[in-house]
Unconditional design. Structure first.
Length: 501
């Protein structure tokens, strides 16, 4: 199947396409047929026909998972004959009219059913929460096949490949974009669902799989189960969405051998697709996940201030689908932060002219955003802090972020409270921790404080008022309770009761 020109669109042409598609999506889909967006647009007294393009997208509020899960059906498009007659575009009405003439009323209404009626439901629970249904129509399934095919092309999968899809169809972890994409691409595919590692290795050998798609840890178990002979036909691993740190990637590379390329993906069920690293740049920090700009708009915002960030700055992902029916979302926050931000322009590895999300990806609830000086914000992951503070001389630690001199608009200060083990010298421990901070995180804390707040095996993680101002964020760990926990104040100017993320 010939490649399309989606990945070589001139930026000005892509901007025109996005403006046109966004206008149509809001005016002729979201406003008339989505209960949620119609209500929001009317409550905010926004004119639906006033949306001229991407620059107007910020008129709409941000939507998070809590809003979506509170009433998922509110986000599903529900056209009816009266609504269609009132709100359909001129081209839609013309198409309906001629379809009635040529096919009859029943067939014409069947075409509408194909466009809007749900035929498939993705269910996602994310990291927390009840199952959340994401509905797709026949039209959505066709679009998903296109997106899946593009993802596989970017990942380097070819028409003649033999693909073993080990993702689970019952999950929202990427099975359907891969399955539909392989069908659209014309690659031979075996999709058995869950298998024990030994069974998966045997099937990979039997089918002579050249490409295996699996979650990272499952892929590692498969390679280990393959034994000394390995998988001789394997040339590529495409990893389903999930954590892919340098340690796991290194272990996969060692187990697979130098002839096998490892490509990561990123996606979320609410967006109904996956984006892949390009094969040529896979494993490089700046390769990024290649987007389809003609099918979606991805913004990056500051997790704390909810404002746009500059290209390449860490930002929280905000997603808008440009051609969705079923569950249709605009300005949706899946809760993920790209530590390398969003980078436009041509990829220096594969030459595609697309925007790219640069990882590593982190959950926004685990990030502490710091303004240590100047105007730039720095996003620090709690797990990164935990790694920096994983010192054998500590029995407990706590990190507190405060506002300097109590000024809500002033710079942040980061304090590390620590309890050394036994008779370890606190000064030496603080000096070692400071060195690790500077090396691994890029700055020194404002101050190291010898703490006595760890009592009875519990670190008091609640943000507390201090003389210098409110504590905005507090994270801590104790060796008797090793899970790292994070607390935030409701907002920088109020203390109240803390809320655990």
């Amino acid at each position: 199947m010939a490649k399309t020109s989606w990945d070589q669109l001139d930026p000005s042409e892509l901007a025109r396409q996005q403006d046109r598609k966004l206008r149509k999506q809001i005016r002729f889909q979201l406003y008339p047929y989505s209960p949620f967006y119609r209500r929001v647009i009317e409550e905010l007294q926004i004119q639906a026909d006033g949306f001229m393009g991407v620059d107007d997208l910020q008129k709409l509020p941000l939507v998070d998972r809590q809003a979506l899960s509170s009433n998922p059906e509110d986000f599903v498009l529900h056209p009816s004959r009266p609504l269609i007659q009132r709100w359909a575009s001129g081209s839609q009405l013309t198409s309906i009219f001629f379809n009635k003439l040529l096919k009859g009323i029943d067939d014409a209404e069947g075409d509408l059913s194909n466009e809007y009626a749900a035929v498939h439901v993705l269910e996602t629970t994310g990291t927390t929460g009840e199952p959340l249904p994401i509905k797709l129509s026949r039209r959505d399934v066709a679009v998903l096949a296109t997106e899946g095919m593009r993802m596989l092309e970017v990942a380097g999968v070819r028409t003649g490949d033999v693909l073993l899809n080990l993702l689970e169809p019952s999950s929202a972890g990427g099975f359907w974009p891969v399955w539909l994409g392989a069908v659209a691409l014309g690659a031979e595919q075996t999709a058995p669902g869950f298998l024990e590692p030994e069974q998966a290795a045997a099937l990979a050998k039997k089918t002579h799989a050249s490409v295996v798609v699996a979650i990272g840890q499952d892929a590692l178990l498969l390679l280990e189960a393959a034994g000394e002979g390995g998988l001789p036909a394997l040339r590529q691993l495409v990893l389903g969405p999930g954590p892919l740190g340098p340690t796991l990637r290194k272990r996969l590379a060692e187990s697979a051998g130098p002839q096998v390329r490892i490509v990561g993906t990123y996606g979320f069920a609410e967006g109904r697709t996956l984006w892949a690293e390009c094969l040529q740049g896979s494993g490089s920090a700046d390769a990024g996940y290649h987007l389809s700009g003609d099918l979606q708009i991805v913004e990056m915002i500051s997790p704390r201030e909810r404002r746009g960030v500059r290209p390449g700055e860490p930002g929280e992902v905000v997603f808008t689908g440009l051609d969705h029916r079923g569950t249709a979302l605009a300005r949706y926050r899946p809760g993920d932060v790209a530590m390398g931000g969003l980078v436009p322009g041509r990829c220096r590895y594969c030459g595609r002219l697309v925007d790219r999300i640069i990882g590593p990806m982190r959950r926004s609830g685990n990030l502490i955003e710091l303004q240590l000086g100047g105007e730039d914000l720095m996003a620090v992951d709690v797990e990164t802090l935990a790694d920096a503070l994983a010192h054998p001389a500590l029995q407990a630690w706590q990190v507190e972020v405060r506002k300097s001199e109590g000024d809500p608009r002033g710079p942040d200060e980061l304090y590390v409270l620590f309890d050394p083990k036994g008779k370890k010298d606190p000064g030496q421990v603080a000096a070692e921790l400071d060195r690790v901070f500077r090396t691994e995180i890029g700055f020194s804390p404002t101050q190291f404080v010898l703490s006595n707040r760890a009592k009875g095996g519990v670190v008091d993680l609640r943000p507390i008022p201090v003389e210098a101002g409110s504590v905005l964020v507090s994270a801590g760990w104790h060796e008797d309770s090793p899970r790292v926990r994070l607390w935030r104040t409701p907002n920088p100017e109020e203390l109240g009761e803390p809320k655990q993320n």
